[in-house]
Design a protein around this ligand. Structure first.
Ligand code: G1P
Length: 293
């Protein structure tokens, strides 16, 4: 097994997006727009820009729009061509050519650990990445590349960590760790969504992982955990007792686009970084503030 190459990246996208209802009643949360592209596109771009070439989406029956987005649309392409819209035509073609994507159905909503287990037939031959696309990271280098860099230097599995506010601890997997150096932790233990009084630290697991394929046999034998779901955090806990698991306090800015607030903040931030859209945001804010023209 080549420990130095992380080529495959798994995207669990079967979740129903209940935190974002009612908009997610009919629209996959991963297809909500972040300025000009769907949320899922940012995760796929991050994987590709981190050196991964094979994308495996663990999807569900309500998520066909994700498959369609990354597929060819002959009707649209024909229409754009016949109307002389070459640039737009090329843009549409580029989306369907951006990655090799495999789709696997998670037939029952049994949790994140179960979703990862659904990817076993495609990922069992080496270390692989996992991207939870709700967590959108803005910054360079991409967070997945930062994790792969740690894996290449130290071997083993790597998870992204963020030091969170006390009131946010119960929303995440929380680790017990010892600090090695420059933002790198050795993970000793972890617990999924603990109340603050039981939390071993305030270092939370964020939606990026480089995982050892040993995780699959652990997941296969594991029962339901917090919330009655098969939790990836519980499997990582077992893994950390058998193999090295590192935590990296990533560099960059994260937006939880699975919530309205995080999604809105990400849109504003990305618009502010866009030369054509920046003035639109600033104008709205200045009118709202009652600033004089
Ligand atoms: C999942 C993981 C959790 C992690 C979080 C990051 O939770 O189970 O450990 O901290 O993603 O976003 P979810 O947000 O799916 O409930």
């Amino acid at each position: 097994m080549d420990a130095m190459v992380v080529k495959k990246c798994l995207f669990p996208v079967a979740g129903l997006g209940t935190r974002f209802l009612p908009v997610t009643k009919e629209i996959a949360k991963e297809m909500l727009p972040l300025v000009n592209r769907p949320i899922i596109s940012y995760g796929v771009e991050e994987a590709l820009n981190s050196g991964c070439s094979d994308i495996i989406m663990i999807t569900g029956r309500a998520k066909r729009s994700i498959e369609n987005y990354f597929d060819r649309s002959f009707e649209l392409e024909h229409l754009l061509k016949s109307r002389g819209k070459e640039a737009l035509y090329e843009k549409m073609l580029a989306i369907s050519n951006m990655a090799e994507i495999l789709y696997v159905r998670q037939r029952e909503p049994l949790g994140l650990g179960h979703a990862v287990l659904c990817g076993e037939p495609f990922c069992r031959d080496g270390y692989f990445g996992v991207i939870l696309p709700d967590d959108v990271f803005i910054g360079e280098p991409p967070v997945m590349a930062q994790l792969i860099d740690v894996h290449n230097r130290l071997g083993g599995s790597v998870i992204a960590l963020e030091h969170v506010a006390p009131e946010d601890v119960s929303r995440y997997g929380i680790v017990r760790s010892e600090v090695l150096s420059d933002g790198i932790h050795r993970i000793l233990d972890m617990v999924e969504k603990p109340p603050i009084e039981d939390a071993p630290s305030r270092y939370a697991i964020m939606g990026r992982y480089v995982l050892s394929p040993s995780i699959f046999s652990i997941l296969a034998e594991q029962g339901a955990g917090a919330g009655g779901e098969i939790q990836l955090t519980d499997a990582l806990r077992t893994l950390a007792k058998r193999e090295p698991v590192w935590g990296l306090v990533y560099q960059g800015r994260r937006f939880d686009c699975g919530t309205q607030k995080g999604w809105l903040a990400a849109n504003v931030q990305l618009a502010l970084e866009d030369p054509e859209l920046r003035s639109v945001v600033l104008d709205v804010i200045s009118v709202a503030n009652g600033d004089n023209p």
